[in-house]
Design a protein around this ligand. Structure first.
Ligand code: DON
Length: 566
């Protein structure tokens, strides 16, 4: 089968799978004995699996999946964005790789305020929205330090998909249609996604020859090419065309950081997650600490009692996030306190056992951030038991919408994750202040939460999510579903979710999340309940049963994610 036929075949499979989903049938559970990949794209799963079958390890596969997603899932997969990776070797050592974007050196605290002091739209669309991208440096550092294969080998599938094309599915065609007007504003973007001036429809083949050339250059000369070579030159030219901020000096100065994973415990399980500049790990541990003293299993799944304690925990954790969390390389963060069980105990004293505590605003709002903004998470376990969870992003769907002319890829709009003005919400409705104010070379605070859950030193759950602020609560609920409610990983991911982020003071829930009696009673106890028309985050996860030594995939049919193993 050639590449285009193969892509068509998988597009049909996806269609069948979607039909099963809409018919209300759970998709078949994916199990494997050796290795597993769960991502947002079947083509990316396949690329990674081929690497694993050729003897590559989990990092080789994760790097191949990352570059492949940049081609076949270009609305979120990227080389113009940034992200985080948690990697744990089967032998026990673990690392958190930070390849988050950095603010350009010219960035200033008030750079997105107009003369009246109002935040402009420039954090989201256009050349000024981008931070200095980290993905290429991050993926290639991971490959250098933890992988076993050559760059050319892990980049090969991505290059082939860029050169030969892949078949557009209906989700991507819909995204292109929804964002048509903003994408068409930028010539280079238009040329990629509206080839020959025409709109792409499901079943069409999208080729990206400029991106293929960029990936070839990266395969040949490594990250240096992207940050100092021809690609860097193209980024700088693109920036000057649109009055962007990123200079060659910014690109040359970009560095990734290896950090110690943030660790904690929950009911005898060990949790390893992403430290700042992501808020993900800290918020996840704080949430787990706050609910640990409650017997959630006894209270019942989505009963008023369990939902109440979980929602009250969410409010407090997001309130703390807004004040205390930011880039640890730029200010001190009271991290140890925030993730300590003692602090959780003191916060618990504030929670009324029945009544909701009011946040500042009592108005029901529309869910901050349409669920269309994009990021993607994927997880890999190889046959030796090495595990990887990666979340990377352009931030919004198609990032800043600006593609780099001649280089064929989109730039991020990660500057929106800073607090452009204290107290003013960003696209996810998140507010912040001093700790997340804009400063030169600072990394914006993230919610991305690539996470590992271990039992007796063995990873039993590898997960992460997309969905902006909802990432944190989605990862939290998936862990609770597995540990407290004894769900299998696919059930845990599929179960309806709810979300509270302190401001607005609204408890968002997915359709079917709560029985009517619970909804009514929660409203009577002071909760502003709001059924979200959009999904509350998308999780990609896998679990490992150390007794049976089997892997199970937990793809999220909200995305839809796919799992593949052998
Ligand atoms: O880093 C963050 O928290 C955001 N830039 C993530 C964006 C996201 O998850 C959008 N996805 N649906």
């Amino acid at each position: 089968m050639n590449l285009a036929t193969r892509s068509l075949f998988f597009a049909l499979l996806t269609l069948l799978f979607m039909n099963a989903v809409t018919a209300g049938l759970p998709p078949p559970r994916v199990k494997a004995d050796n290795a597993m990949i769960v991502s947002a794209s079947r083509l990316a799963d396949e690329a990674g699996l081929a690497i694993l079958k050729r003897g590559g390890n989990a990092v080789d596969a994760a790097v191949a999946v990352g570059f492949t997603l940049a081609v076949v899932y270009p609305e979120a997969g990227n080389i113009g964005g940034g992200g985080f990776m948690i990697y744990r070797k089967a032998s026990g050592s673990a690392t958190a790789l930070d390849f988050r974007e950095k603010a350009p050196k010219s960035a200033t605290r008030a750079m997105y305020l107009d003369a009246a002091g109002k935040v402009t739209g420039e954090t989201v669309n256009g050349h000024r929205a981008s931070g200095v991208p980290g993905t290429v440096a991050g993926l290639l550092r991971a490959l250098d330090e933890f992988g076993t294969m050559k760059r050319a080998e892990v980049l090969r599938p991505a290059i082939r998909f860029a050169e030969e094309g892949f078949v557009v599915d209906s989700a991507f065609a819909d995204d292109l249609e929804e964002y048509r007007d903003s994408l068409r504003l930028f010539e280079a973007t238009k040329a990629i996604f509206f080839p020959g001036g025409k709109e792409l429809h499901a079943g069409d083949t999208l080729r990206q020859p400029d991106l293929a050339k960029t990936l070839h250059r990266i395969a040949k000369d490594g990250a240096k090419e992207f940050y100092e070579g021809a690609t860097a030159g193209m980024i700088v030219d693109e920036m000057s065309r649109g009055h962007g901020e990123i200079t060659l000096e910014d690109l040359k100065a970009y560095t990734t950081v290896r950090r110690a994973p943030l660790t904690g415990t929950y009911r005898g399980f060990q949790i390893l997650s992403m430290p700042p500049p992501s808020s993900g790990g800290a918020c996840l541990l704080a949430l787990l600490n706050l609910v640990e003293p409650s017997d959630l299993a006894k209270m019942g799944f989505h009963s008023e009692k369990s939902a109440h304690i979980m929602a009250e925990a969410m409010k407090r954790v997001f309130a703390d996030r807004s004040k205390y969390l930011g880039d640890p390389d730029h200010q001190r963060i009271p991290l140890r306190t925030l993730v300590s069980k003692e602090y959780a105990r003191s916060r618990l004293l504030e929670i009324d056992p029945v009544r909701a505590t009011e946040s500042k605003s009592i108005h029901p709002g529309t869910l901050p951030g349409r669920e269309k903004n994009h990021t993607t998470n994927y997880v890999v376990q190889d046959k030796k038991g090495n595990v990887v969870s990666v979340t990377y992003t352009l931030n919004d769907l198609f990032g800043s919408k600006v593609a780099v002319q001649g280089a064929g890829f989109l730039m991020n709009d990660q500057m929106d994750d800073f607090s452009a003005k204290p107290g003013v919400a960003n696209m996810y409705g998140l507010v912040g202040g001093e700790a997340n104010a804009i400063a030169p070379e600072k990394r914006p605070l993230s919610s991305m939460t690539p996470t590992l859950v271990l039992k007796n030193g063995t990873p039993v759950l590898v997960l992460g999510a997309r969905g902006g602020s909802k990432i944190i609560t989605a990862v939290f609920q998936t862990i609770v579903n597995v540990i407290d409610y004894k769900m299998t990983v696919d059930e845990a991911v599929r179960a309806p979710r709810f979300h509270h982020q302190w401001l607005p003071d609204t408890l968002f829930y997915e359709p079917g999340c709560f029985p009517n009696s619970v909804l009514q009673s929660m409203a009577a106890h002071g909760n502003v309940m709001w059924e979200s028309p959009h999904s509350l985050g998308e999780v990609e996860a896998l679990s490992f049963d150390p007794r049976k030594r089997t892997l199970t995939g937990g793809p999220d049919d909200r995305e839809p994610g796919t799992a593949l193993g052998y």
